[in-house]
Structure formats: structure tokens, C-alpha cells
Design a protein around this ligand. Structure first.
Ligand SMILES: Nc1ncnc2c1ncn2[C@@H]1O[C@H](COP(=O)(O)OP(=O)(O)OP(=O)(O)O)[C@@H](O)[C@H]1O
Ligand SMILES: [Mg+2]
Length: 216
């Protein structure tokens, strides 16, 4: 179980709060979409879930591990082995090949694995491995970004507007990939303002006035 307990987030010394006493409980293996208007705090929330940013107040427990007392180095290492993040703009290294991009997170991880062949097949990018990232289509880049997020076999995948640059068919494909990973036991949380995409998820919350409201 992953829990956000009474989370507040302010960027202006607590004059205003983007997240305001927010509560969230996510079960292991959940497939969750979080929707909300532009500026409602979706990326802010995702950055806290991914441990990239810390709340102003409140605490986050990750399978009973309280992350608040960790140093930034400990958090970076924790994140590397437990959490995969797919960014809106993919953040691939354009001059690196597909294979190099996917394997990057393993450089910092001692648990070397043989997972590479399996996920590149699963995501249908095994024929692209030697191609430079800058030569890929949007949908291919998206799949490489998902593979990179998966490579250390995380417990949780977080995706920020994953369909932002995708057409309807590629968005459908992406959902199938996330669902496939979810069926293998990975907890998936996506934030999006694409309601058609959100509708496919098992659970949906709306972020509004700094709090989450269950829609489904
Ligand atoms: N690093 C920051 N410093 C100051 N203000 C910030 C910072 N990050 C976000 N904000 C503010 O917090 C609010 C929520 O921003 P956030 O990016 O979380 O929204 P969002 O729901 O992801 O929006 P979008 O759908 O446009 O991506 C906005 O008013 C934004 O200006
Ligand atoms: Mg955002």
C-alpha cells in the first residue's frame, strides 16, 4: 500500500497551497488515473509520488517505508530501484541509441538483470535497438521511455501526461502496454487531462482545490 497522508505543497512559503491536506491510498497492483484541469497540481502530485519533490507538510509511506527521513542520496537510490517515471517529453538522450537509453538506469543499480530482452520484446522495440533516439517517431520514443522506466523492475510506474504527444492509435497502444505491465503486478499511476484515456483505467480520481475526489 502506498499512502499520502495529509499532504500540503506550497511554492510560496505557505501563502497558497497547490496540494491542501491531500489524502491518497493506492493498493499494490492498482491501475489509477488522476485527472484535473491545467494548473490543478497534477505534476506537483506526481513529483511527490515519485520522490523527486518533497511535500511542504505531511508524509508519504511506500509499502510501510516512511520516506521522510531519507537523505537525497538515499532517495535517489530508492527511486532508482522501486519507481519508474515516464515523463511527458520522454527525456530521451537524442544522440544515444535505443539500447543505451533503456539501459541508462541500470548503470546506477547493482542488481543487474536479464530483463532487457523481455521488455524490449514486450514493448515491440526489439528491432530498433541500434537506432538513435532522435530518429524515432513519437510513439516509438514513448515506448522506449516506458522500457527505460521498467528496466529496473520497479514496483510502481508513474506517467505524466503520457499521451500528450500521441495520436489516438498510439494512445491506445500505450494504454495496452501499461495494462500489460499492470497485469504483471506493477502499480501504475498516470496523470492526464485526456478523459478518454483516463476512462480506460480501473480507478479514476480528480484533483481539484488541492484534494482528490474519487470518480470511479
Ligand atoms: N517549481 C514551481 N515553483 C513555483 N510554482 C510552481 C512550481 N511548480 C508548479 N507550480 C505552480 O503550481 C501549480 C500547479 O502546477 P502543476 O504543474 O502541478 O499543474 P498541472 O496540473 O500539472 O498542470 P498541467 O495540466 O498544465 O500540466 C501552478 O499554479 C504552477 O504555477
Ligand atoms: Mg503537468
Amino acid at each position: 500500500m502506498y499512502k499520502l497522508n495529509n499532504i500540503y505543497k506550497s511554492y510560496d512559503n505557505e501563502k497558497t497551497f497547490v496540494l491542501n491536506n491531500l489524502l491518497l491510498e493506492v493498493n499494490n497492483g492498482d491501475l489509477l488515473a488522476i485527472t484535473g484541469k491545467s494548473g490543478s497540481g497534477k505534476s506537483t502530485l506526481l513529483n511527490i509520488l515519485s520522490t523527486i519533490d518533497k511535500p511542504t507538510r505531511g508524509y508519504y509511506t511506500f509499502n510501510n517505508i516512511n520516506l521522510d527521513n531519507m537523505t537525497n542520496d538515499q532517495l535517489a537510490s530508492f527511486r532508482n530501484s522501486h519507481i519508474g517515471v515516464v515523463f511527458q517529453e520522454y527525456n530521451l538522450f537524442s544522440e544515444f541509441t535505443v539500447q543505451e537509453n533503456i539501459l541508462l538506469p541500470t548503470v546506477f543499480n547493482k542488481n543487474k538483470n536479464n530483463y532487457f530482452d523481455e521488455i524490449t520484446k514486450l514493448l515491440g522495440i526489439d528491432f530498433l535497438l541500434d537506432k538513435k533516439a532522435k530518429l524515432l517517431s513519437g510513439g516509438e520514443q514513448q515506448r522506449v521511455a516506458v522500457a527505460r522506466a521498467m528496466i529496473n523492475n520497479p514496483d510502481m510506474i508513474l506517467a505524466d501526461e503520457p499521451t500528450g504527444n500521441l495520436d489516438k492509435d498510439n494512445a491506445e497502444q500505450l494504454f495496452k502496454m501499461l495494462k500489460n505491465l499492470n497485469e504483471r503486478g506493477v502499480t501504475v499511476i498516470a496523470v492526464t487531462h485526456n478523459l478518454n484515456f483516463a476512462e480506460k483505467f480501473k480507478n479514476i480520481y480528480e484533483l481539484k482545490d488541492g484534494q482528490l475526489f474519487k470518480q470511479k
